[in-house]
Design a protein. Structure first.
Ligand code: NOJ
Length: 574
């Protein structure tokens, strides 16, 4: 099978062939395979469904598509529990479907990034099953973290670590003879045993898996839990509970250990062996922007999601601060910042930022004006809100079950509940599951979503879909957007932020995106001012929206003159 599929094409559609460093300013669209499009009508999205919608993504104007896991998996965590890293789960298709998807994407000029899940496997993975069967003392157990329990009969977990999904991070095994056995570590669900990255076989296996998918023609990897692979030696106790609340803010013995970087240095060498710049992006939750920057040093990964930005509330001061600290921390390592507002693990940004569509659109236009790469999550281009009223009986997120009674300290009532951002997206205004597929949808869609469907929005200049299309089209051709590593802040009243981005023609150090010439199809603007009103009142901005400039785009209605309406972002060409 692999041999048959090994004759790969490179990305060859318009815009992909001659873009060195294409990833530095790329807009990358996350597809969550179960919820994007259902090709075979079983109620669950799949690869053939995604393939049929690739022209939509090309037309939207994104550069690359990141696919969440589609590997063989018992789906205990929606595919982030991988039983076979080289096989496609039958619910999504097979390797031929993956091959066809990659080829079609390349023909359309889209690059494909796949998810790699190296922190843990599924408990159904052959390695784990064999380790269980062979019992304590087997060298196969060293590929995971098996430990005897504490207490008189080993009845207590080996340490006090807590699972991200709630409850202890350890589960006790039963020996082949039926007696209670060792415990194993799982930072996530019990069905996701953590791999032991001190074991050479684990390194060898993942290097081989990387090559398998690179040989299949993928353009990059999103590294799941990139901060988690190495655990502090001796697996020391934390000494306190409530560890979930410390994620991303504190140093933890199971996250962001320095040892992870050696792994990424070895992976970078493999990526660099392949033509056309194959990349990797780290899902790395770290305490500071500076710690995140370590993952993207020149000999490590290319990008790391900027979760500090995602977690920032809607406020001019807070946003300016996080933009500055993000850019400042990346500059010394020469990596682009990677902006993101929504993904399959967090409350959709429309809801998270307060529920207003106007504000969600303003947030997006701000993000797309910042230097670096940006990630979009499927459905945000339709302005989809979080679905906050899913009945318990349809929920599938393991975090929901393990955290029952312990979640929900956020205003939106959805903290830690992830099904609400995973509801299948609407393609048509009517019909079975609004065009998602012919067999219903694995999570119920709100009846009002027909009005938010692609069909309902396409061609309507006021629609969010058209705003995204316009923004991405401008970003592609406007050398002042995306490229570079800095912004020039402009003086603004409280609650407003504004900055200028210049292209190389404007005489600053900011260059055109590699592979694009300065001024190319740009309509002649060499600088763009992005102004954002985060308040709920209109503001006058005569010093920012200067005469002689021109309107490029606004996230909402923008009356003539220099007034910026509430919760609105505008792009002003100079
Ligand atoms: C991060 C993924 O984005 C999330 O969906 C998953 O549950 C965990 N990693 C565990 O793999």
């Amino acid at each position: 099978m692999t041999q048959h599929l090994a004759d790969r094409t490179e990305p060859n559609g318009p815009g992909t062939e001659s873009r060195p460093d294409w990833w530095r300013d790329a807009v990358i669209y996350q597809v969550y395979p179960r919820s994007f499009a259902d090709g075979d009508g079983d109620g669950m999205g799949d690869l053939s469904g995604i393939r049929s919608r690739l022209p939509y993504l090309a037309e939207l104007g994104v550069d690359a598509v990141w696919l969440s896991p589609f590997y063989a998996s018992p789906q205990a965590d929606a595919g982030y529990d991988v039983a076979d890293y080289r096989a496609i789960d039958p619910m999504f298709g097979d390797l031929h479907d993956a091959d066809a998807l990659i080829r079609d994407a390349h023909d359309l000029g889209l690059r494909i990034i796949v998810d790699l899940v190296p922190n843990h496997s599924s408990d159904r993975h052959e390695w784990f099953q064999r380790a269980l069967r062979q019992g304590p003392g087997s060298p196969l157990r060293d590929r995971y973290h098996f430990r005897p329990g504490k207490g008189t009969d080993g009845e207590l977990p080996p340490n006090d670590w807590e699972s991200i999904f709630g409850g202890p991070a350890w589960t006790r095994t039963t020996n082949p003879d039926g007696t209670p056995g060792e415990w194993y570590l799982h930072l996530f669900a019990p069905e996701q045993p953590d791999l032991n990255w001190d074991n050479q076989a684990v390194h060898d296996e993942f290097r081989s898996v990387l090559r398998f998918w690179l040989d299949m023609g993928v353009d990059g990897f999103r590294i799941d839990v990139a901060h988690g692979l190495i655990k502090e030696a001796g697996l020391p106790d934390m000494g306190q509970s409530g560890q979930l609340r410390m994620l991303g803010t504190d140093v933890l013995p199971f996250f962001d250990q320095d040892g992870v970087h050696e792994i990424y240095r070895s992976w970078r060498k493999i990526l660099d062996e392949y033509p056309q710049q194959r990349i990797a992006v780290a899902e790395a939750w770290t305490p500071t922007a500076e710690r995140t920057a370590l993952y993207v040093r020149p000999d490590e990964l290319h990008q790391a999601f900027n979760f500090h930005y995602l977690n920032t509330p809607w406020g001019a001061d807070e946003l300016r601060q996080v933009i500055d600290s993000s850019l400042d921390s990346m500059r010394p390592v020469g990596a682009p910042t990677t902006w993101v507002l929504s993904n399959h693990d967090v409350v959709r940004h429309r809801t998270r930022l307060g529920g207003s569509l106007a504000r969600a659109r303003a947030a997006t236009l701000l993000m797309l004006a910042l230097p670096g790469s940006a990630y979009l999550y499927q459905g945000e281009e339709l302005g989809l809100p979080e679905v906050v009223d899913l009945p318990d009986e349809v929920r599938q997120d393991p975090a929901f079950f393990r955290r029952a009674g312990h979640h929900d300290d956020a205003d939106d009532g959805q903290d830690g509940l992830r099904d609400g951002c995973r509801v299948p997206i609407p393609w048509t205004a009517q019909g079975s599951s609004f065009g998602f597929g012919d067999g219903g949808s694995w999570l119920p869609q709100p009846p009002a979503w027909g009005k938010l469907s692609v069909a309902a929005q396409a061609g309507d200049p006021a629609a969010t879909l058209e705003l995204y299309r316009a923004a991405l089209a401008i970003r592609r051709t406007q050398p002042a957007l995306g490229a570079g590593d800095g912004v020039e802040w402009l003086a603004t009243p409280p609650g407003v932020l504004a900055f200028r981005r210049r292209s190389a023609c404007g005489g600053t150090s900011l260059g055109a995106p590699p592979g694009r010439s300065p001024g190319e199809e740009s309509g002649g603007n060499t600088a763009v001012v992005c102004a954002v009103n985060t308040t709920d009142k209109p503001v006058e901005l005569p010093d920012v929206l200067t005469p002689g400039g021109s309107r490029l785009l606004a996230s909402g209605p923008w009356p003539a003159g220099t007034v910026l309406p509430a919760d609105t972002t505008v792009w002003w060409g100079e």
